[in-house]
Design a protein around this ligand. Structure first.
Ligand SMILES: [Zn+2]
Length: 424
């Protein structure tokens, strides 16, 4: 905002996020692909965007669109203390998760989810997709709590929910009832397909899931191949099923970690199959790096992570998510998009000054979630922005920067945000 109090500011914005190149043709552009602009807004909409000459790099701050978390688990966030998994492996996480799930109360889900939403909002998110443990006695109440929060928070954060159940559950009558309710609420069907599994039984479960999703016109987001064994076994099966049963619903594969172990040509063919079937991918570098490839007394010699670049080159939409937040699956995490970008630089070799390094956190993530706005900045875009106390990517990602969040054209620190029910 300028000294006269007008709704405008001068900032660095990533050149790859400016919708029309014409608007910034004469702007200064740094080696990190940031261009200097004066951006104005009114009534929640960007009304002007003009290039400015910048004398000194440090005189401007970095401005981003509000960001998107395409894969997390807010129903069990912050449960590490109650159900830690000190071994840090997948099986230990699963066991601790089931233990925690047995004792879960709706109030716990409310407290965790509100805390997660508050953090996400302050850290700069505008939309979150959360998987929700959806079987067992507390499932219905968890959904009631989360759907309630979804409407209470809708003007601040768009919350998408995915029903996470064992795939078998979708074949039961309770499963169909859940699927109908999930579809009616505009949410997604989820599940887990991780080897070792019985191929024929899993094929039949996937067929059932796709048919159910087709019947209900409901999207799918699966945890698939979060593993270091049997490279791409789950996605191969899914492709075979989709070759038999067509679908128009959106399908997202989360993790897809073991696909990177395929030989080069097989990987390329698989990436082409994903593109043909318009399957989206969410890579989750943090939990993969923590949980997978563990061997006692050995530092991993493989990087188990969805092959982001090869998938992008094949035309697959790839987003990067943070996944678990301080729960048995991952002891740290804070729903901070800048921290996620920062970790992803060394783990996934994704650099935000490259278009395909930034898109998994911005435009691809928004498109994958089917959001109305893809996060590009131009005249007519929503005034939903994130101003960082940093003048370069290097500075912004070296330690999580202070930031201000602009929501519908108003700074969040000047707005009254409703107090949470759980009084955090
Ligand atoms: Zn997950």
């Amino acid at each position: 905002m300028d000294e006269k109090g007008h709704n405008s500011l001068d900032a660095w914005v990533p050149r790859s996020l400016v919708r029309s190149g014409k608007e910034v043709l004469s702007a200064s552009v740094t080696a990190e692909g940031l261009c200097s602009v004066r951006i104005g807004w009114e009534g929640g909409v960007i009304t002007s965007l003009e290039p400015i000459h910048c004398e000194s790099k440090s005189s401007l701050k970095l401005l981003l669109p509000r960001l998107v978390e395409p894969h997390t688990h807010i129903d069990k966030a912050f449960t590490w203390f109650e159900t830690p998994n000190l071994a840090g492996d997948y099986q230990g996480a699963l066991a601790a998760n089931l233990q925690g799930h047995k004792n879960r109360m709706p109030q716990d889900v409310l407290v965790r989810a509100e805390r997660a939403l508050g953090l996400a909002l302050n850290n700069g998110h505008r939309a979150i997709r959360s998987h929700v443990d959806s079987f067992g006695p507390v499932a219905d109440q968890s959904w009631e709590v989360l759907l309630g929060l979804r409407s209470e928070w809708q003007s601040l954060i768009e919350l998408q929910l995915v029903a996470l159940v064992p795939l078998e559950y979708w074949t039961t009558s309770q499963g169909y009832l859940l699927a109908s309710r999930v579809a009616a609420a505009g949410c997604l069907l989820g599940g887990v397909l991780v080897p070792p599994f019985d191929k024929e039984a899993s094929r039949s479960l996937l067929c059932h899931l796709i048919k159910t999703a087709n019947d209900l016109n409901c999207g799918i987001d699966l945890h698939i191949d979060e593993s270091q064994i049997e490279p791409a076994a789950g996605i191969k099966l899914l492709i075979e099923v989709l070759d038999q049963i067509g679908t128009n619903v959106s399908i997202t594969c989360s993790h897809l970690s073991s696909m990177s172990l395929l030989p080069r040509r097989a990987l390329q063919r698989m990436a082409d199959h994903l593109a043909q079937h318009e399957i989206n991918v969410v890579a989750l570098p943090l939990t993969n790096a923590w949980l997978l490839g563990r061997k006692t007394g050995k530092t991993p010699d493989q990087r188990l992570l969805a092959p982001v670049a090869q998938l992008q080159q094949a035309g697959v939409k790839v987003a990067v998510g943070g996944d678990n937040v301080q729960d048995p699956w991952f002891p740290i995490g804070n729903l901070d998009p800048l921290a996620l970008m920062s970790f992803s630089m060394p783990f996934a070799q994704l650099a935000p000054w490259k278009r395909l390094g930034l898109s998994p956190f911005t435009t691809s993530a928004a498109n994958l979630m089917g959001l109305e706005w893809d996060g590009t900045i131009g005249i007519g875009s929503p005034a939903e922005l994130l101003l960082l106390d940093a003048s370069s990517w290097s500075e912004a990602l070296s330690s999580p920067p202070q930031r201000r969040v602009l929501i519908h054209g108003c700074w969040a620190d000047e707005m009254t945000i409703p107090r949470t029910k759980s009084k955090l």
